[in-house]
Design a binder for this molecule. Structure first.
Ligand SMILES: [Zn+2]
Length: 182
């Protein structure tokens, strides 16, 4: 098991829809173990494969002592109830804002041996299942905020010490850039 670096907002992998898992092989079991280890290391509630740079539909979760993983998740909502609550993301260190989510969520999918799994969650677990499944579609929690909250969040993100970290460390002037394009 390996703790893998978590990709930060700005990394294009976080905006790329992930592919369905077709082979439930050793590599997938390894991926689930790495995700589990990384989530534990970061003390997070959930972590998706794209967040460690792997474009596959896999996530792990650890909410109120309910732990597990889901591969190729499909979400169902048993009712229309919603819940607004504080949400964070390991790809946005230190950023916490209110996000409106469905209160009850059922995730169905597979485990790393290809056996069907079904996770029934409310409140924080429901929030986590929605947040992580969004990651697999390249959707981030800032996309789920109301416009005013998102504006505030983006301001804080731009000022965060990690902002722009995936970009090249050396600024390229427009002149030099012209040279590069050639
Ligand atoms: Zn996240």
């Amino acid at each position: 098991m390996t703790v893998r670096p978590v990709r930060l907002f700005g990394d294009p992998v976080l905006r790329t829809p992930a592919a369905a898992v077709t082979d439930f092989d050793k590599q997938i079991r390894r991926l689930v173990k790495d995700l589990t280890q990384t989530l534990r290391d970061q003390r997070g509630a959930g972590l998706s494969a794209p967040q460690i740079g792997v474009g596959l539909r896999v996530f792990v979760f650890d909410v109120d002592d309910v732990r597990g993983h889901v591969i190729n998740p499909v979400l169902d909502f048993p009712d229309d109830e919603e819940d607004e609550g504080l949400e964070g993301c390991l790809s946005f260190p230190g950023i916490y804002y209110d996000v409106r989510r469905r209160l009850n969520t059922v995730a169905t999918g597979f485990d790393s041996d290809g056996r069907p799994v079904r996770i029934v969650g409310d409140q924080q677990l429901a929030r986590c299942l929605q947040h992580e499944t969004d990651h697999l579609d390249g959707v981030l929690f800032i996309d789920r905020m109301d416009p005013e909250t998102r504006k505030q969040a983006m301001r804080e993100i731009r000022q965060a010490d990690w902002a722009g970290l995936p970009a090249p460390a050396v600024k390229v002037s427009p002149h030099a850039m012209h040279g590069l394009i050639r």
